[in-house]
Write a protein that binds this ligand. Sequence first.
Ligand code: ZN
Length: 333
Amino acid sequence: MNIYITLDYELFFAQHSGSVEKSIIEPTEKLLEAVEKTTTKLCFFVDAGYLVRLEKYKEQFPELQKDYKLITSQIKMLHDTGHDIQLHIHPHWEDTPYHDNRWHMDTSRYRIHKFSKEETEDIVAKYKKALTDIVGDTVFAYRAGGWCIQPFSHLKDALQKHNIWLDSTLYHDGYKDNSTHYLDFRNMPNKTEWKFSDDPLVEDENGFFTEVPISSTRVSPLFYIKYALVRKFDKIGHQIMGDGKGVGREGKDNREMLTKITPAVASIDGYRLSYLQRALDAYVKKSDNKHFVVMGHPKAATMYSLEKLREFVLDNHTKHNFTTYTKAFNASS
Ligand SMILES: [Zn+2]
């Protein structure tokens, strides 16, 4: 099995974005330390809108000049040491100004579908360029911010034009429909790789795009109850490293999770590592599964998750192939 450890490399999107040091740079260093014994390479989906905004404001604000230097040098170092740098888009950065020493996040246009098709094209072009300016022409994979990739017709031409041909956004049975998110992956193919052209949920052998979905499992309400308890009783072990605040879950989604068995992505965020091995074991049982894609966020790393990640990589690196999209899909350009 090819195993990909993928990270959405980003700040927080509520009123407290967190600092680049505590929410991105330092937890990324810790993640690298956790996997260094096995020389495992990670895949970073870089929130390029943040880079574009830093570029825009850095001449005006010396503190942003410093943030820009920190983040671009870490991205370059990651690329130079064999980790993947790929495209992640949170378009609400377009509406997010910086003043009074902080970012003023406006997530009313959280989904890229709130922008026109022309604006979307411009966003894909600018955001991809922000990455290629740092790492050269090596970016070909995409993950939609908040999994909001549908309807795909809105993005298709823009991604194709900029030669983004691999998507790693979908997860089995994913469904959300709330004030910020819309996604419905309930009818996706039961595979770990397929080609598509107009709709990532519909396989097309001759399609331009390749889907490599995020792996997932199902968790019972007990998981979320335990999660709340461990956080309450072991504050240090389960304290996230990031210093910002995320957009809270909506009541409706919370009720679902606490009353039903719900799909959950394979993840290295915090306590979610407690079900990662079980999720992998289930994928291994199905012989035509080729890829196991784990996601996570540097900002959500905890002492617990770093320790469990270290164990997960050590326990599995001789049995499986930890890899990156670049290595597995042999994309040298
Ligand atoms: Zn994200």
